[in-house]
Design a protein around this ligand. Structure first.
Ligand code: SAM
Length: 265
């Protein structure tokens, strides 16, 4: 069956078998694991997954590929193919699932946000994205290029770069280099924060509208907190008044969130 790839769905299919093996190895599967695959495509990972564990759920948005997979793999008691947008797929019925996906690059960010929002239901994710995007996820907060995803991933997960994947390992070849990495849920978040909901709001406010604008201005604008109060808090915490969101470590964000919370009520 020939499938004409749809660019807007990020359809670049992995064709390099050793890379598929290495991605599966990084999941460290046990037979009883439940694995959710994001966008199985033509099934290069799916075939390996059903050999390694008993419960694989492959979520694919393109009905042509659902049919292709059904024809290619046939009936397997280990596999359930779900025809759905992963961004609408309910993760809350799972417990300690493992996640794998060579992600459609245009929606890598909403997919990872969705995984972080549903962190209670999975334990490990092996993901492949465009290299520059992976770098953002893998950076420590407080370094150039960091963003909301950087801080939240560091807060909730330990992160490990696996390897780069050259364009020629995919068909059709993307124009960019890809990077595979692992996110492992921490047993508890990296820092203790009294009001995590407010911490999330603060991180979003800090990087919006622009990560390069002064942090005090972004927080004042987005959370409606008086600038003088913010300046006093920054002085109290020994933070430069002209700090940018990208300059702050996770611990510093946590400290600001705790001190600022009463002013946000
Ligand atoms: N896993 C396959 C591989 O490695 O060859 C395919 C990877 S391809 C980069 C991305 C896959 O995600 C495609 O099969 C595409 O149809 C699917 N996809 C795109 N958007 C999706 C979405 N919102 N939900 C589920 N699958 C999606």
């Amino acid at each position: 069956m020939t499938i004409r790839p749809i660019k807007s769905l990020g359809q670049s299919f992995l064709i390099h078998e050793p890379t598929a093996d290495a991605l599966i190895a990084a999941l460290e599967l046990k037979p009883d694991d439940t694995v959710i695959e994001i966008g199985p495509g033509k099934g290069i990972l799916t075939k390996r997954l059903i050999r390694a564990c008993n419960n694989v759920i492959a979520v694919e948005i393109d009905y042509r590929l659902v049919c292709y997979l059904e024809a290619e793999i046939g009936e397997s008691p280990n596999l359930k193919i779900v025809h759905q947008d992963f961004l609408k797929f309910d993760l809350n019925k799972f417990n300690d699932a493992k996640i794998i996906g060579n992600l459609p690059y245009n929606i890598s960010s909403p997919i990872i946000f969705r995984l972080l929002d549903n962190i209670s239901y999975w334990q490990r994710a092996v993901l492949t994205t465009q290299r520059e995007f992976a770098e953002k996820v893998l950076l420590p907060a407080g370094t150039k290029g960091s963003g909301v995803l950087t801080v939240l991933c560091e807060y909730l997960c330990t992160r490990r770069r696996l390897f780069n994947i050259p364009p020629r390992f995919f068909k059709p070849s993307p124009k960019v280099i890809s990077t595979a990495f692992t996110l492992m849920k921490r047993p508890s978040p990296a820092v203790a924060i009294s009001h995590p909901e407010f911490f999330y709001k603060l991180i979003n406010a800090a990087f919006t509208p622009q990560p390069r604008k002064r942090l005090i201005n972004n927080i004042a604008l987005n959370l409606g907190i008086n600038k003088e109060i913010l300046k006093n808090i920054f002085v109290q915490l020994n933070l430069p008044l002209d700090a940018r969101a990208k300059d702050l470590t996770l611990n510093q964000f946590a400290l600001i969130a705790d001190v600022l919370f009463p002013y946000s009520q």
